[in-house]
Design a protein around this ligand. Structure first.
Ligand SMILES: O=P(O)(O)OC[C@H]1O[C@](O)(COP(=O)(O)O)[C@@H](O)[C@@H]1O
Ligand SMILES: [Mg+2]
Ligand SMILES: [Mg+2]
Length: 336
């Protein structure tokens, strides 16, 4: 069997028609190294006494797991020396960490070091999410970049196989980590999301809090073959965005973490800069759609570093249907 090409070979020769900036290649390789180290720390967590809480809360008021802290430190340590990296923006840090005087074309790295960390102690898949944007002008210390300006986005999934999935704006490519060498090798070229699906993912324990368009959509799916959709739907919810999005990139589906009565004041649940934007970039690159209801996630203008947004993403037909339901519910009632 021929050996699948390595991440470095792919980035150097195949990732973009005009080639990639070598400093971006170095940065992506550093991100891959950080993810490899985090994957190994997860694997050994029980031996190293790293299950459980760190005893601190992060800027979002959430209890940090020991591995949230380890993953955050790992990203900072390994990526922090990347030559043109100007700043690190982490879920676990209140403020951006500036590494150098920013110059035009320098990179900004946004990351959720460990996503789905409530799944660690029950030994289910978790991940790391990342996004890379560029500094537009010398001295600019603006990290509030809309998602359509991302240069690269991706995630690592720590599942039965450790994988790195990424896009530099020309399709989505999945690399599996080879046991023994630790190399990431291209195993999933040109990942694409089928337009149609019969699988949805949402935390249904929040049903009582949903708005009418989401309630309508889910109830129609649950009604199955005899309902308005005329077919049966399957449901999955992992409580780890990386695992839920990975499933959609492999076999289609739609993922919803909408605004509801319980999270509206906060803006939603998922964070724009290091969860929603990178996943929306990947989903669009794979032929799917990603919205906050009607508006494209990638067009949301960020207002703050840890901003939360509603997220609806996946197979284009279902996301369009949900967007239509939102539009219909916003129309003023017509006079009788
Ligand atoms: O527990 P809930 O409300 O279903 O939320 C699950 C969501 O929260 C998250 O775990 C948030 O990520 P973190 O673990 O990085 O805080 C998402 O991965 C997931 O989609
Ligand atoms: Mg997360
Ligand atoms: Mg996290």
């Amino acid at each position: 069997m021929t050996q699948a090409i390595t991440l470095r070979n792919f980035l150097t020769h195949h990732a973009a028609p005009d080639g990639l900036d070598p400093d971006l290649i170095f940065l992506i390789e550093d991100i891959a190294s950080a993810c490899r180290v985090i994957g190994n720390r997860l694997r050994n967590a029980a031996f190293e006494g790293n299950h459980g809480l760190a005893g601190e809360t992060n800027v979002q008021g959430e209890d940090q797991k020991k591995l949230d802290v380890i993953a955050d430190e790992t990203f900072a340590r390994i990526c922090g020396n990347s030559r043109r990296l100007a700043a690190l923006v982490s879920e676990e840090q209140e403020d951006a960490v500036w590494l150098k005087q920013p110059e035009a074309g320098d990179y900004l790295l946004f990351f959720d070091p460990l996503d789905g960390s409530s799944n660690i102690d029950v030994n289910l898949s978790v991940g790391s999410i990342f996004s890379v944007c560029t500094v537009a002008a010398p001295g600019e210390r603006d990290i509030l970049k809309p998602g359509h300006t991302q240069r690269c986005a991706g995630y690592a999934i720590y599942g039965p196989t450790m994988m790195l999935v990424l896009s530099v704006g020309d399709g989505v490519f999945g690399f599996s980590c080879e046991y023994g060498t630790g190399d990431f090798r291209l195993t999933h070229p040109g990942m694409s999301i089928p337009e149609k699906t019969a699988e949805f993912a949402i935390n249904t324990s929040r049903h009582r809090l949903w708005d009418q368009p989401v309630r309508r959509y889910v109830e129609e799916c649950l009604a199955g073959e005899t309902g308005p959709r005329g077919r049966d739907f399957n449901m999955r919810w992992t409580a780890s965005m990386v695992a839920d999005v990975h499933r959609i990139l492999i076999r289609g589906g739609v993922f919803l973490y909408p605004a509801d009565e319980g999270n509206r004041a906060a803006g939603g649940k998922l964070r724009l800069l290091y969860e929603a934007n990178p996943m929306a970039f990947l989903v669009e690159q794979a032929g799917g759609r990603a919205t906050v209801g009607r508006t494209r996630i990638l067009d949301v203008m960020p207002e703050n570093h840890h901003q939360r947004v509603p997220v609806i993403l996946g197979s284009a037909e279902e996301v369009t249907r949900l967007s239509d339901y939102h539009a219909a519910s916003e129309k003023p009632a017509t006079a009788p």
